[in-house]
Design a protein. Structure first.
Length: 305
């Protein structure tokens, strides 16, 4: 096993880099090899466990994506779409399972990668009850809206061809492996390829992420940008946003990725091994919003309280 993690880029990595450099260090470097409890030091093991913490919103978002994937795969296999009641019941069951698992910290400590521990329960947050109530409402809304989406309207047509479902892949940008994972990719009857991103929270600007996906699709499927449609489906509200990409859009996003990569590489002492500089180089960036839900607040003395 490598002493240091393999170098790569992703949108989630860039988001954490912006949020807090100390959190970025803990997540991508400090926690590395922390699963090797017999040889790792105490802090590595601790950081690795904290890295695996989830929260209600993340668990819900993951389950909603799994719900969409299940429905789309049923369509691909020629089966009837899952009933809304069934999807809702399964999501509630799995959310409850996450809650029950989180009551047993000892089991989680022994296998943090494969067991769920909600940060709200681990840290005893007073937001737990309010979040549970919010998630219960969101389950019903997202399930109800799935089959009303423009995407499902397209999938209901026999002429629609599914290309990818929740598939991890990579592309090379600025000599760096860049990870991409599109929720759904399909081809319409007119030959256009549609990139779909399911969202379960409030509406926001995800255009940069979609432009990066468009760059991947253009290269991987050898299609012009004019034949690529970008769509965000907001399951919570039942609305959607659509975008088209131009060469200028792609160039701008790829340039932005290049800036992130350059800044991230400035944080390593050895690029070949991806050996990070000392933890003190990764300046904490405390804020009440970021620190409130940070997985690593247990070990960070710089957190905002």
């Amino acid at each position: 096993m490598a002493q240091y993690p393999q170098w790569s880029y992703s949108q989630s990595r860039a988001s954490m880099f912006d949020e807090c450099l100390r959190k970025y260090y803990y997540h991508y470097y400090g926690a590395h090899n922390g699963w090797k409890t017999e040889t790792a030091d105490e802090m590595q093991v601790r950081l690795y466990r904290l890295k695996q913490l989830s929260n209600l919103y993340l668990v819900f978002g993951d389950l909603a994506h799994r719900m969409c994937e299940s429905a789309v795969r049923s369509r691909e296999e020629g089966k009837d779409k899952p009933r809304e009641h069934f999807l809702e019941q399964m999501m509630r069951k799995l959310l409850n399972q996450a809650y029950v698992e989180s009551m047993d910290q000892e089991q989680w400590r022994q296998d943090p990668k494969n067991r769920v521990m909600l940060s709200e329960m681990y840290y005893g947050d007073d937001t737990l009850d309010d979040r549970i109530a919010t998630i219960k409402e969101r389950v019903s809304a997202c399930v109800s809206n799935l089959y009303q989406t423009l995407t499902w309207e397209d999938l209901s047509r026999a002429s629609t061809t599914i290309l990818e479902i929740e598939k991890w892949d990579t592309m090379l940008l600025h000599d760096t492996r860049v990870y991409v994972k599109m929720d759904l990719l399909y081809r319409r009857r007119n030959g256009n390829i549609v990139i779909v991103d399911w969202k379960t929270g409030k509406e926001d600007d995800f255009s940069d992420q979609l432009m990066l996906y468009a760059s991947y699709v253009k290269e991987h499927y050898q299609v012009p940008l004019e034949q690529i449609e970008l769509r965000v489906e907001y399951l919570l509200t039942g609305t959607h946003k659509q975008y088209t990409a131009t060469e200028e859009d792609i160039a701008k996003v790829e340039e932005n990725v290049g800036r992130y990569i350059e800044e991230m590489r400035s944080c390593v002492a050895d690029e070949y091994y991806n050996r990070p500089k000392d933890v003190s180089y990764f300046t904490p960036m405390p804020s009440r919003v970021a620190c409130r839900d940070c997985n690593f607040r247990e070990v960070c003395s710089e957190r905002a309280v």
